[in-house]
Write a protein that binds this ligand. Structure first.
Ligand SMILES: [Zn+2]
Length: 336
């Protein structure tokens, strides 16, 4: 069964959730969810979000969206992200009555490894009907494996500071827990050059020849820059299409501005250029996508792509003369 992960950012829009210590729950859950989404994407694991903007969702709409992403035969994990309030400290995971505690344990172990305090994992029964889950996000997403992750208490100063500094790490912790739980060993695709490395030593480490390593990374000489990410497996990325699409960073440029100018997203730009941070230097060369063409990645749906480009499924289908919703990986789509 193919694993599919659905990430739910708790609250949103007119429902801010809890707030305190300059944290609003709906924004923090969205930040965590986006970071988590990016991590799953990087691993090639099909992943969806119930919301990727500050949107009001009724319980029904939220659950409907979860179901919309699922096809028969999928092995589905639903991760609903929340921040606690009410005077405690540390992380908790609530899991559905139909599931066992293993995933919750793995999540808390990973969070503990990143320095977060751990409270407990537990199930909560409904008050009217104790045979049902108390929380609709667990109850109404049967039969999937669903967890609610509460990363900490925003009204606790320690937790609030940790959340602000470590939310991306915590998002990655949950991804690592899912990998562990599902026995998925991520393929090491990229290697970051460390001081003292040579092409020869890196090639040896990954069972490659120096020529293959150079070819994979389009290197014309043996000069290595510490911190550079090198591709160390798979096939050479086809940059023929984008080779003419090099953008040279000018004073005042931001990734956001450049992304907007080229009808893409900051995340897309960062992925294209193997960037770790948002910091740009003047004169830096960035690969930008050929304008208005989006290449379908594993796990993409028309709905997800439409949302990414602020358009509708219908509009996309019209633009591309599509007669079905079916997409093929690497298919090129015209986007507005
Ligand atoms: Zn909440």
């Amino acid at each position: 069964m193919a694993l599919k992960v659905i990430i739910d950012s708790g609250h949103g829009g007119s429902d801010p959730g809890a707030s305190g210590n300059n944290i609003i729950e709906k924004s923090m859950t969205l930040d965590i969810s986006k970071a988590m989404y990016d991590e799953f994407k990087k691993l090639g694991i099909p992943v969806y979000m119930t919301r990727d903007s500050d949107e009001t969702l009724s319980p029904k709409e939220r659950v409907d969206r979860v179901k919309k992403f699922v096809s028969s035969g999928d092995d589905v994990i639903v991760i609903s992200n929340h921040i606690n309030a009410g005077g405690g400290e540390g992380a908790e995971v609530i899991y559905a009555l139909r599931n066992n505690e293993k995933l919750s344990q793995d999540i808390l172990n990973e969070l503990a490894g990143s320095g977060q305090k751990i409270r407990k994992y537990y199930q909560k029964r409904g008050t009217a009907n104790p045979n049902l889950d108390y929380y609709y996000m667990l109850r109404d997403t049967t039969p999937y494996e669903s967890v609610i992750v509460e990363y900490g208490f925003l009204d606790n100063t320690n937790d609030a500071n940790k959340l602000k500094n470590n939310y991306k790490t915590y998002a990655k912790d949950v991804v690592d827990a899912v990998l562990k739980y599902k026995n998925i060993v991520p393929k090491e695709e990229y290697y970051t050059v460390k001081s003292g490395d040579t092409l020869y030593s890196i090639a040896k480490k990954f069972n490659l020849t120096v020529d293959k390593l150079k070819d994979l990374n389009n290197l014309s000489n043996s000069f290595l820059q510490v911190g550079k990410k090198l591709k160390v497996s798979g096939e050479k990325e086809d940059i023929s299409e984008s080779i003419s699409n090099i953008y040279v960073v000018e004073p005042g440029d931001t990734l956001y501005g450049i992304a907007k100018k080229h009808s893409t997203t900051v995340d897309n730009l960062k992925a294209l250029n193997n960037l770790d941070s948002n910091i740009l230097t003047i004169g830096q060369k960035l690969v930008v996508p050929s304008k208005n063409v989006y290449v379908v990645k594993p796990g993409d749906t028309l709905y997800g792509i439409a949302r990414m480009f602020n358009t509708t499924v219908n509009e996309l289908m019209k633009l591309n003369n599509l007669t079905t919703n079916m997409l093929a990986v690497n298919q090129e789509l015209l986007v507005p």
